[in-house]
Design a protein around this ligand. Structure first.
Ligand code: PEP
Ligand code: MN
Length: 258
């Protein structure tokens, strides 16, 4: 796989937004808050892969008109998670700018191939692939290859940590060597850190984000919500837009050429 650099925006690329789209008001207020802090690429999950059933599984396609409105008013780009060909079709119909494959999807080659095939007529889309939940570099690379072979060139990898049954301060242990090895094999691959899902709680976010900057990652994807404690998913790890700004301003950012 020959990966070429394609991203021409500012670095680090900061992508932020709620774990989940919940209501129109929550979306509009959160996006407004983020835009006021200088953030113009927004994330939001509309289909949520939950570990256990009977919890909030996302508002689904109901969120598309909210996203459209937020894009029109605030001139932002939007990223959502897709886990099936049907999700891809809906995302394309609704002008979603960036699609990401979640950690529970990256583990399944059938699933990944189906998503890649659904993008064959939309090869100019930006696609991010989260690491698989298990620490398997080849599975991560394999998923990236499926998109590359489908013709997607605007590819990125998101490091969100790995599941463990061991006691850990992290929700998902970072195992930094895995993304470092990925980047050494594909030096021009866009690499983004997701401190939110590594940390699982707010007070660890800064140190993880700083470590990613020290390792010269290209960007960060961080969960931000207008009222984190009241979030319908991942309440313990989200930051208000104002507190996200505080975190970003504290980061020491080095030369970002890897
Ligand atoms: C998310 O980004 O909200 C999410 C579900 O992430 P992951 O696939 O990394 O668990
Ligand atoms: Mn989340």
């Amino acid at each position: 796989m020959e990966i070429k650099q394609w991203y021409e925006g500012e670095k680090p690329w900061i992508i932020a937004g709620p774990c989940s789209a919940e209501t129109e008001e929550q979306m509009m207020e959160t996006v407004e808050g983020l835009v006021n802090q200088g953030i113009t690429t927004i994330r939001a999950g509309i289909w949520k892969p939950r570990t256990r059933p009977n919890s909030f599984e996302g508002v689904g396609k109901k969120a598309f008109p909210w996203i459209k409105k937020a894009k029109e008013i605030f001139k932002v780009q939007f990223a959502i998670e897709v886990a099936s060909a049907q999700h891809v079709e809906m995302a394309l119909e609704n002008d979603i700018d960036i699609l990401w494959v979640g950690a529970r999807t990256t583990v399944n080659p059938f699933n990944v191939q189906e998503i890649a095939d659904a993008l064959k007529n939309a090869t100019d889309k930006t696609v991010f692939v989260k690491n698989p939940i298990n620490p398997d570099l080849n599975l991560w690379i394999g998923a990236l290859e499926r998109f590359h072979q489908a013709g997607i060139t605007k590819l990125g990898a998101i490091h969100r940590g790995f599941s463990t049954y061991q006691e850990s301060i992290y929700r998902n242990i970072p195992l930094w060597q895995i993304p470092i090895d990925l980047k050494s094999r594909y030096p021009e691959l866009l690499l983004i850190c997701d401190p939110s899902h590594i940390a699982g709680k707010r007070d660890l976010l800064f140190e993880i984000a700083q470590k990613a900057m020290n390792l010269r990652y290209d960007g960060l994807i961080i969960e931000s919500h207008r009222d984190p404690a009241a979030a319908w998913s991942d309440a313990a790890q989200q930051l208000t837009p104002a507190n996200l700004r505080v975190l970003l301003d504290k980061l020491q950012i080095r030369d970002l050429t890897f």
